[in-house]
Design a protein. Sequence first.
Length: 187
Amino acid sequence: MKKIVVAITGASGQIYGLRLLQKLKELDVETHVIVSNPAIITMKYEGVDLEDIKDLSDHFYSTSDISSRLASGSFKHDGMVIAPCTVNTASSIAYGIADNLIVRSADVTLKEKRKLILLVRETPLHEGHLETLLKLSRMGTIIMPPVPAFYIKPKHLTDIVDHTVFRVLDLLGFDIEYNRWNPFGND
């Protein structure tokens, strides 16, 4: 069984973390979930219930639990996704400021050469943000802002969110079917 670490930070777009957990549950994946305190505040505003996140989690951790197994390279997993990811969290990862379990887990993921995907939610980006994201990319992080694909002809918000989530699952190595770019129907 695959194990995926999912972290949710305080940026807008809490639905990305929720939908990712729902899809991982459908795929029978073991999930290890960390939710930041700012994420809990944003969830309330955006209508995402923390109890739903906990119910979808196989293992739920406090951000202050630095002694957690997620903080060690000896804990094997198949990748980590931070959805959504604040620039604050991205910056902390880039510069090794591992003062909470989300950043420490990401730091361990990178040092163990495992896949780390950040759904960075910030716009516009200034030079400092861009330098941080470039640094993370050079370290092996996949930077994946949740940018909508309009070629899927979305009719609902969930169409846009799900397309991003399916792309994340694709990057994690899951064999899933979704609406991929194919404008002329060629195989």
